[in-house]
Design a protein around this ligand. Structure first.
Ligand code: SAM
Length: 216
């Protein structure tokens, strides 16, 4: 699916061209995680294009028990494995680490965390990103995270704006939040929006009962 090939990303990791790496969990995401209810501890949580996945370490520290990480670059996955071994012994009981393409991923999740993965994909894949997110989320499941609200020359990263995200995400999800971040990491202050999109149970039920619906 990606035209930016696995080799492209692997070479970026090999050459340490990882300028996107914040070196810490993204503050808007940790704030989102902090307000989740106790009952969310056993949610199946996916982080696609996870890179160094600092958010996964944060989730482990907070007691989340069912985390899946996926990245297409073997070098990245090996790096995370080594870091988790060092920083979070026993991580394998609660976390699955997959080297692969998000678009080929199987399984379903209650929550997907987005952190500079959307912007790493070429813009023509944005609709496919939404469809795949819809596929991997359970009814009522949530996609939460940050998106850039600015342009870039070339890419990746590829920029974007709320005016584009609104129709894109609302064609698949109920938009709970799409608003400027107040708590971005300093280098990204003023250039991010927080997205919380939910796969609506009601819409799924209606889709599954299409005959019932069209009868009215
Ligand atoms: C801009 S980096 C972001 C990494 C991490 N989320 C962060 O914020 O530090 C994008 C990551 O997505 C991975 N990636 C790119 N295309 C992918 C795909 N189709 N499936 C899974 N991972 C992918 C790359 O290898 C890279 O690690």
């Amino acid at each position: 699916m990606p035209t930016l090939t696995p080799q492209f990303w692997n070479t970026r990791w090999q050459n340490r061209q990882t300028g996107w790496d914040l070196g810490q969990a993204s503050p808007p995401l940790t704030a989102y995680i902090d307000q989740l209810p106790e009952s969310a501890r056993d949610w199946r949580i996916l982080i696609p294009g996870c890179g160094n996945a600092y958010e996964a370490e944060y989730l482990l520290q907070k007691g989340f028990q069912n985390i899946t990480l996926v990245d297409i670059a073997p070098v990245a996955v090996e790096q995370i494995r080594l870091r988790l071994d060092r920083e979070a012994p026993g991580w394998g009981n609660h976390l699955q680490l997959i080297c692969g393409d998000f678009f080929d991923l199987e399984g379903t999740f209650d929550l997907v965390l987005e952190q500079t993965f959307f912007c790493a994909l070429e813009p023509h894949l944005r609709s496919a990103y939404c469809s795949k997110m819809y596929q991997v989320l359970v009814p009522g499941g949530r996609l939460a995270g940050v998106l850039f609200d600015r342009d870039f020359e070339g890419g990746p990263p590829f920029g974007g704006h709320t005016s584009e995200y609104l129709p894109l995400f609302s064609s698949h999800f109920t938009l709970r939040t799409l608003a400027p971040c107040y708590n971005s990491a300093a280098p990204r202050a003023g250039s991010e929006v927080f997205l919380l999109a939910q796969k609506d149970e009601k819409i799924v039920r209606l889709r599954n009962n299409l005959e019932f619906c069209t009868a009215f």
